[in-house]
Design a protein around this ligand. Structure first.
Ligand code: NDP
Length: 484
């Protein structure tokens, strides 16, 4: 059995460049989702630790970190990206054992984390203001300045990727960060903080306080000295974060998941589409904000596609994370109970296909059989609500208008895809789909560190990733000089 490759003590918080016990003195169990066994303890940070982390961040801003040039910040991010790559095996193992994702997926996430460091390292000194033509006797220009202390609340499904996109952009623009990882997924956040220190990031520029959402998370959102909040997670918690942000009048970026549609037309190349259609539903056991969980298909090819999807899903292999199968366990018993609850709503005739769970899976693991559902109306809760498990629904449509009506007919709008050989249709639908990203004859563009990402409706607001995130992590100052 693989042991956790820990080179730091995970039962500590990382504040002001040093590791120390949480002020409350308590720890929380780290449970391996593949087996149910406790494999480590993490700190249970509380409000006092958050306050200390904000103190450290403020000190960094008025000290070495605040004095750095953009190029120097970029260089540190490049070094950090290198260190991530040098420690790729350890990071991938930590992530796979902590959250249950197949090792291959965790390795992809390490690469994405390194890419975020490189992308934002390169972007740090490319963000510029404008000069604005104005009245005679004036010179007017804009400055993009960091908010100051930024708060980052990260979920458990893609910890490294979400830390990369959020912390990378915030550090590139000169903010000092306080990160509250999810209680189910703290190990790579702590490892990342240690690597950042090794890369030369000044003390206090990145602080990590593990703990419970209702304690450390809520304390971070309530802290008036935090001048920007970025949150990825559920709609319910996102609303709480936005309310807390409103109390302090701070901007907030919310990424809240979705029920993303994949539209398959009769002229689509089904051989090409099939692996994307399935992977978009089962990647990370479906615990993906941008999961393509609704497959909408033209009625003429419904039965053909149902057969192909059923064959592909029935052939999926499920195993513990380190065995590197197609699908691993869900992150927690709690998440498994949520998904089981959704599946219990399906009648037997609505289950079109289900991958068999192999005998011999560890008893304490949170395994769910990947499932394809059908014969339900677009307004059925199984076709409306985010399930966050390896469950997809197949829904027929009659024409483009019908496809758009169904695709846009949820409260979400994160991602959508169109599978069709007709270029005109692709362009028409790309405009009409309510989503932050639309993929034409692909899904997810292999992660796309460079591509702005975020949603509409209950999928949230604000954009992360790409250059766009740099705007979110800065505030614009206009300087008007009158010189006659
Ligand atoms: P949450 O939204 O509750 O958790 C996301 C993050 O918010 C975690 O770091 C959590 O900490 C923190 N948090 C929880 N409560 C508060 C609070 N009051 N103030 C500040 N931060 C808080 O999601 P869950 O883990 O409960 O998952 C439930 C559902 O949310 C899933 O089934 C899925 O539908 C959705 N989800 C969507 C994600 C996405 O990528 N969009 C990611 C994860 C979940 P802690 O975990 O320590 O409580």
């Amino acid at each position: 059995m693989t042991s956790l490759p820990l080179w730091f003590d995970p039962a500590r918080v990382f504040i002001g460049g040093t590791w120390r016990a949480p002020l409350g003195g308590d720890t929380l169990a780290v449970v391996d989702p593949s087996t149910g066994a406790e494999i480590a303890r993490i700190a249970r940070g509380t409000q006092a630790d958050i306050a200390a982390a904000v103190d450290a961040a403020e000190a960094a801003l008025s000290g070495a970190w605040g004095a750095m040039t953009a190029a120097e910040r970029g260089r540190i991010l490049f070094r950090l990206g290198d260190l991530v790559l040098q420690n790729a095996d350890a990071l991938a193992t930590l992530e796979a054992m902590d959250v249950g994702k197949p090792l291959r997926q965790a390795q992809n996430d390490v690469m994405a984390l390194a890419r975020y460091c490189e992308f934002y390292g390169g972007a740090a000194d490319k963000l510029t203001g404008d000069t604005i033509p104005f009245q005679q006797g004036f010179t007017v220009y804009t400055l993009r300045e960091p908010h100051g202390v930024t708060g980052h609340i990260v979920p458990w499904n893609y910890p490294m990727q979400i830390i990369g996109r959020s912390i990378g952009a915030a550090l590139a623009t000169g903010n000092a960060c306080v990160l509250k990882p999810a209680e189910e997924a703290c190990l790579t956040a702590l490892a990342f903080a240690d690597l950042a220190a090794q890369a030369g990031l000044p003390s206090g520029a990145l602080n990590v306080v593990p703990g419970l959402g209702a304690e450390a998370g809520a304390a971070l959102t309530a802290e008036p000295r935090v001048r920007h909040l970025s949150f990825t997670g559920s709609v319910a918690t996102g609303k709480r974060v936005q309310v807390a942000a409103a109390d302090n009048i701070v901007p907030v970026t919310l990424e809240l998941g979705g029920k993303s549609p994949q539209l398959v037309f009769a002229d689509a190349d089904l051989d090409k589409a099939l692996p994307f259609l399935v992977n978009a539903g089962i990647q990370n056991a479906g615990q993906t904000c941008s999961a393509g969980s609704r497959i909408l298909v033209h009625r003429d090819i419904h039965d053909d596609l149902a057969d192909r999807l059923s064959d592909a899903i029935s052939a999926l292999k499920i195993a513990p994370a380190m065995d590197n199968a197609d699908v691993g366990p869900l992150v927690s018993a709690r998440q498994k109970a949520i998904v089981d609850g959704f599946l219990a709503m399906a009648t037997p005739d609505q289950i079109l296909a289900q991958a068999p769970l192999p005998g011999g899976l560890p008893k304490g693991g949170n395994y769910i059989a990947p499932t394809l559902l059908g014969h339900l109306t677009p307004d059925h809760p199984l076709a409306q609500d985010e399930i966050f498990g390896p469950v997809q629904v197949l829904i027929p449509f009659d024409d483009e208008d019908d496809a758009i009506r169904i695709a846009n007919g949820t409260r979400y709008g994160l991602v959508a895809s169109v599978w069709s050989a007709d270029g005109g249709r692709q362009m028409r639908l790309a405009k009409r789909l309510q989503a932050g990203q639309v993929f034409l004859n692909n899904y997810g563009a292999a992660g796309g560190v460079e591509l702005p990402f975020g949603g509409v409706g209950h999928s949230g607001h604000g954009r992360e990733k790409g250059f766009e995130a740099l705007y979110a992590f800065t505030t614009l100052k206009t300087v008007a000089a009158h010189h006659g």
